[in-house]
Design a protein around this ligand. Structure first.
Ligand code: AN7
Length: 352
C-alpha cells in the first residue's frame, strides 16, 4: 500500500459530491505554489508573487481537478460514455480519465484551432475526436443539445462536479500560504475556473476564516466577451485555449470579480506571448500562451497605474504546461548555430 490520499477525499468535507461518486484518479492536484521573485522584480518589485503551476497535473492542465470529479460521478451512476466540447485541454483530460474509468470519450474540437500537444493527447488516450468547422461555442451548444437526447455524460464545466473538483486549487493555495492571497490572477475562457476558485475561497473562508482574495480575471483582446459586455461571434487569439466568445459561466465570472472587489480585463496577444517568454526566461516556468494571460493582465494593471502591488501577496494561476503548444515557440523557425564536431569550433561560438 502506498500512502495516497485522493484530492477529493482530502477536501471531501468542503465539496458537494453525491454518495454514488466512484473513484477515478490519476493523482491529480497537489501542484506547487512556486515563488517568482525575479518576475516580481521585473514587474517593479515590492510585492510577493507565486505561480500556482497547474501545468504539472497528470494531463498537463488544471482540467484534471474537475475531471476526476466529473468522471468519478459519471462512472458511479453507470454512465458508459462521456462527451465534451473543447479548445483542447478539456478534451485531453476527459479522454485520459475516461480511459482510466473504462469509458468511451467523444470530444468536439474547433477545427484547426487546437494546439498539437492537446490533440495528440486526446488521440493517445483513445478518445473519438470530432472536429467541427466552427467555433468552440458552436461545438459546446451541439454537445448540450446532444446530451439532452442521448445518455452521454456531459463533462464540460457546465457539469457542477467539474466546479467542485476545481475548488481544490483554492484550498491548496490557502493551505500553502496559511490564508488566501490578497490577489488572484487567472485567465478566463469559458469561465468555469474563475467560478470554481471564487466558490472555493468562499467555502474555505466559511470554515477556516482564511480570508478572500480580490480576483483579476484576464481575457484575450480578440475573445473578450466579459469585458465588452456581449458575446463575440468570431473570437480570435493566439491563446487558443481561451478562444471563446460566449462563456458558459460568464455571469458567475462577472459576479466573482465584482464580489471580490476585483475585475475582468483584456490583454493583447503580443503581451500574452511576451509574458510567456518572460516567465520562462526569468523563472524557468514554461506555460502555454493562455496560462500567461493572468500575469500579462497583472503587468498591464501595474504599468497603467491602476493597481498598486506594494506589499501585496499575489498568486497567478498558470493553467497549462508550455509543452501543450510547442508550435507557438517554433513557428517562426528557430535559428540554431551549427558547428563541426571540433572543440575549437565550440570555443569560437559559446557566448558565456
Ligand atoms: C490552459 O479545454 O475551455 O475559464 O475546452 O485550457 O475555466 O474555461 C480550456 C480553458 C485557461 C480557461 N487556461 O479556463 C477547454 C477550455 C487554459 C485552458 C482556460 C482554459 P475556463
Amino acid at each position: 500500500m502506498t500512502n495516497f490520499t485522493w484530492l477529493l477525499d482530502q477536501y471531501r468535507h468542503l465539496l458537494n459530491l453525491p454518495a454514488h461518486t466512484a473513484r477515478v484518479t490519476l493523482h491529480e492536484g497537489h501542484t506547487p505554489l512556486i515563488p517568482a521573485p525575479s518576475l516580481a522584480g521585473a514587474l517593479g518589485g515590492g510585492f510577493q508573487l507565486w505561480i500556482k503551476y497547474e501545468g504539472l497535473n497528470p494531463t498537463g492542465s488544471f482540467k484534471d481537478r474537475g475531471m476526476t470529479a466529473a468522471i468519478s460521478e459519471a462512472l458511479g451512476r453507470g454512465a458508459k460514455s462521456v462527451i465534451c466540447a473543447s479548445t483542447g485541454n478539456t478534451a485531453a483530460s476527459a479522454a485520459a480519465y475516461a480511459a482510466r474509468a473504462g469509458m468511451q470519450a467523444v470530444v468536439l474540437i474547433p477545427q484547426g484551432k487546437v494546439a498539437a500537444g492537446k490533440l495528440a493527447g486526446a488521440v493517445a488516450y483513445g478518445a473519438q475526436v470530432v472536429q467541427v468547422d466552427g467555433s468552440f461555442d458552436q461545438a459546446l451548444a451541439m454537445v448540450v443539445a446532444l446530451t439532452e437526447k442521448h445518455p452521454l455524460a456531459l463533462v464540460n464545466s457546465i457539469n457542477p462536479y467539474r466546479i467542485e473538483g476545481q475548488k481544490t486549487a483554492a484550498f491548496e493555495i490557502c493551505d500553502a500560504l496559511g490564508t488566501a492571497p490578497d490577489w488572484l490572477c487567472l485567465p478566463v475562457g469559458n469561465a468555469g475556473n474563475i467560478t470554481a476558485y471564487w466558490a472555493g475561497f468562499k467555502g474555505y473562508h466559511a470554515v477556516q476564516a482564511t480570508g478572500l482574495p480580490q480576483v483579476l480575471g484576464v481575457q484575450a483582446q480578440g475573445s473578450a466577451p466579459l469585458v465588452l459586455g456581449h458575446p463575440v461571434d468570431h473570437p480570435e487569439t493566439v491563446a487558443t485555449a481561451i478562444r471563446i466568445g460566449k462563456p458558459a459561466r460568464g455571469e458567475e465570472a462577472l459576479l466573482a470579480a465584482e464580489e471580490s472587489g476585483g475585475r475582468i480585463i483584456a490583454v493583447s496577444d503580443d503581451d500574452i506571448l511576451a509574458m510567456q517568454k518572460l516567465l520562462a526566461s526569468s523563472e524557468g516556468i514554461w506555460v502555454e500562451p493562455a496560462s500567461a494571460a493572468g500575469l500579462a493582465g497583472l503587468a498591464q494593471e501595474i504599468a497603467g497605474g491602476r493597481f498598486d502591488p506594494h506589499g501585496q501577496r499575489i498568486v497567478a494561476v498558470c493553467t497549462g504546461h508550455g509543452l501543450k503548444d510547442p508550435g507557438i515557440i517554433t513557428q517562426g523557425g528557430i535559428q540554431l548555430e551549427s558547428i563541426p564536431p571540433e572543440l575549437g569550433a565550440l570555443e569560437a561560438v559559446i557566448r558565456s
